[in-house]
Write a protein that binds this ligand. Sequence first.
Ligand SMILES: [Zn+2]
Ligand SMILES: [Zn+2]
Length: 337
Amino acid sequence: MATSCCAGNQKDLAAAMQRHRFTTTQRLRTFLVMADDKTRNEAGNIRDALRVSQLDATELDTQLFEVIKAQLNNIFTYFKPQFLVKYSPEINAIIRSILWKYSVGSDASTIGQQLLDLKYMNTRSTCPDDLWMTRRQRLAHACLFVGLPWLDERKAQLKASTSSVPHSEHFWYAVQWISKAVRILSLLNFLVFLTRGRYQKLSERLLGIAAVFPHPVGSRQIGFEYLDRELLWHGFAEFLFFILPLINFRRMKNFFSRHLSLRSPATKEQRSERDFTECTVCGLWPFNPQQIGCKHIFCYYCIQSNYAADVRFTCPECGHGIAGADGIAPVVLETGS
Ligand SMILES: [Zn+2]
Ligand SMILES: [Zn+2]
């Protein structure tokens, strides 16, 4: 209706120009002003959405659908598994129709587009006052958004159930070819979208709807402070990964324990029976017991690994040092005869 009103305005103007015998220059000026008005409407307030925003919106829609489906699967966790599998196409169609109802059905934009401040514009509208999706376009969108995926998912069962109907195989053969053609056309459409920036999906091209920024400041604002922070943390983490293997923590720990504690080395003679049953490093029964000159006993692995990491390793209990690699010796039990 608005389209005809606009066309009517243009006709009236043309008639008025004819009546008042406008000169060619005057006509040209009027035409330019009108064209400029239209351009201002389209290019000033409404701008084509960026390709990346359109792709992001589609990605968000897909993710939203997946999230809702996962939640639904959680609800039906304790039902028979066949239930969800059997009615999966119908459940998907119900989810899609609910999503459609509260997105394109009510606001002429998908939920992903709403999050990115995009809206579907009717590219076939010639009237600058009425640029949004018409009711007919919305209903056609519902058919393509809900009906076609359902048909695609139910195809195999429908084909099996109609096998007794005469000539049904010709119909399904045609459906198969159409779906192949749609796939190829979708790919071509996407390549055109990448170069032109309009009609990301084949359905959008067929319906004549394109995603636009409806508001003048609706362009994509990137918060660079988050980006900077992310980069900084990333750099810091990489630096840590580089530096950590170069720090000998065992040596640092030994250094501090050596200098901060006041201990006097305990001699072998002070060794009690309990010392034989406990490794001074790991606290367990000493495996292949070793000694370094003090009364304390170590597992072979515990003392050798500590000495390999730090040649100035001292006994953690009494602070007795190791006199070279020969300072570590197996414990020999002297049995009195
Ligand atoms: Zn040990
Ligand atoms: Zn010791």
